[in-house]
Design a protein around this ligand. Structure first.
Ligand SMILES: [Zn+2]
Length: 183
């Protein structure tokens, strides 16, 4: 007799963006929030590496590829889309693939911006986009590496998902015992 048990699946995602050069300044979008007065990140999109890492981890957990797989050149409508929009679409794709989202945890490495005062705001925006809890934490690299030299921001995310439709398909439906006549 098979155990009627749903195993969750974890995923991982990493995203890095360089700060835009001083002669081509960009607004900073990070963790789904706009940061007035902060140096922005370069990239084809808004460069929100927190949101991108979260979306990547969701795809990873489901084993259905990565950001490039789903938002590549064959989906031009997502070229330049905001990180929040990408995360929302990633969550939709994950659910369409038969999974529900347990949670996503993201940590970014940067000297700036000072994240603590806006943590809850960021978590609210990203959780709403994903339809599941997204937690965000921040740290520095103690002055080392490209994040320590303030050349860019890196973010790593983990995600937990669990299969929904596959479980429903394999689990017997409660109902009349075998052989009983249907009503
Ligand atoms: Zn990115």
């Amino acid at each position: 007799m098979a155990l009627n048990m749903v195993l969750p699946r974890t995923g991982v995602g990493i995203d890095v963006h360089a700060f835009a050069p001083e002669n081509d300044p960009q607004p900073l979008w990070l963790g789904g929030l706009f940061w007035p007065g902060e140096q922005g990140l370069s990239g084809h999109s808004d460069g929100d590496c927190v949101a991108h890492a979260a979306a990547d981890a969701l795809f990873s957990a489901c084993g259905i590829g990565d950001l490039g797989t789903h938002f590549g050149t064959d989906r031009p409508e997502f070229a330049g889309a905001s990180g929040v929009k990408l995360l929302g679409e990633a969550a939709r794709i994950v659910r369409e693939a038969g999974f529900e989202i347990g949670n996503v945890a993201v940590q970014f490495v940067a000297n700036r911006p000072k994240f603590g005062p806006r943590r809850e705001e960021s978590q609210r925006v990203l959780s709403e986009a994903a339809g599941a809890p997204v937690s965000v934490t921040a740290t520095t690299s103690d002055g080392l590496g490209f994040t320590g030299r303030s050349e860019g921001i890196s973010a790593v995310a983990t995600a937990l998902v669990y299969p929904v439709s596959a479980n429903e398909a394999s689990a017997p439906e409660p109902g009349p015992a075998k052989g009983a006549p249907h009503a």
